[in-house]
Design a protein around this ligand. Structure first.
Ligand code: ATP
Length: 329
């Protein structure tokens, strides 16, 4: 392990009046790592990132970026990091290339602005002639990403870089983020795009109410979140099925009976349990005994989205609450 993490967040506390936006939050980002910071609206992601960028002073705890204190060593840090300024944070009357050329002058060894404009997909002649404030939301977003990258940073903070982008721009931005990672750039990515986070992140941190609720590689986080999905006639008694399956697979002495069956959509069932050959055989047997035909069966890990919703207490049609009433039949 490298002795100096690229980012250290150590029991960070940030309050706004009565509200504690960040509550004893701790995590680190290793050099060259891509960490995705996830959390529902108001979870404290932006507050955390802005503290790392030196825009906010912690009320408690400590942050370090490339070994430096962002408040004290801001000037030295700014040359080595890249950040996406929020919309409206750039000079409104400058055109894309003018803006990039201006930002390039702040860095010792900048990227070529023309080449960068092409990489973010803004080399269109009309876009090139258009002042920043007249660009579309997605174009402004991509220009903001280019600004973050123009100084060839060692570390970039990307705040929702794919928000509001059309599918093609989203793909291009995703590819650019993967390129950064391959080039050894450390990336702290804030996003609501869970599928993208699952694809690109080395590790994922999920925060809720300013606290860390999960941290690990996508594989680590999804392990144990196994699911068995099957289709059969709608309206099966899910509680009774769960009880029979528990008996059949014999959840060992002292083990909590963490096996649940739900019917997220009519005729589509989920068995939340560790998937084993024994469980699959038990399910087939239990359904046979009820004279129910098993129409489709699939095994696989849960998604990051399902985990996110479970941990942050949100509800969705895909993962219904556990207390969903069982239909009797
Ligand atoms: P989102 O996903 O919506 O961008 P976030 O995780 O980035 O959310 P933050 O912007 O960090 O969340 O906000 C955390 C909490 O702190 C929110 O409840 C927000 O209303 C509050 N907050 C943020 N900035 C301020 C401020 N300057 N004054 C008062 N409260 C603030």
């Amino acid at each position: 392990m490298d002795p100096v993490p690229a980012v250290v967040v150590d029991r960070l506390v940030k309050r706004y009046g009565e509200r504690t936006a960040v509550d004893e939050l701790s995590f680190t980002v290793a050099p060259g790592e891509l960490l995705a910071l996830l959390g529902p609206n108001g979870a404290g992601k932006t507050t955390t990132v802005e503290t790392l960028e030196g825009y906010r002073t912690p009320d408690g705890g400590r942050v370090r970026v490339l070994g430096l204190d962002p408040r004290r060593d801001g000037a030295a840090l700014r040359r080595r990091i890249g950040l996406m300024l929020q919309r409206g944070g750039l000079y409104p009357l400058l055109r894309p290339l003018e803006l990039l050329r201006l930002y390039a002058t702040y860095y010792p060894d900048p990227e070529r602005p023309e080449a960068l404009l092409e990489r973010v997909g803004l080399d269109d002649p009309v876009v090139r002639r258009t002042a920043y404030r007249r660009l579309s939301g997605g174009e402004q977003q991509r220009l903001s990403l280019a600004v973050a990258l123009v100084g060839r940073p060692e570390l970039v903070f990307l705040d929702e870089p794919t928000a509001g982008l059309d599918p093609a721009a989203r793909l291009r931005t995703g590819a650019l983020i993967r390129e950064l990672r391959s080039a050894g750039v450390t990336v702290l990515l804030t996003t609501h795009d869970l599928a993208e986070a699952e694809r690109v992140a080395d590790r994922v941190a999920i925060i809720d109410g300013g606290r860390l609720v999960a941290l690990g590689t996508p594989a680590e986080l999804l392990r144990g979140g196994d699911r068995l999905r099957f289709r059969a006639a709608p309206g099966l008694p899910v509680e009774a099925l769960a009880a029979e399956l528990r008996r059949a697979v014999g959840t060992g002495a002292g083990e909590p009976a963490e096996l649940a069956v739900s019917e997220p959509a009519p005729g589509e069932y989920t068995v939340a349990a560790r998937v084993t050959a024994e469980l699959i055989a038990a399910l087939a047997a239990v359904l046979r005994d009820r004279d129910v035909l098993l129409a489709e069966l699939s095994t696989g890990q849960g998604s990051l989205e399902a985990l996110f919703l479970r941990l942050t207490g949100e509800r969705s049609a895909a993962e219904p609450p556990a207390e969903r009433p069982a239909a009797e039949g």
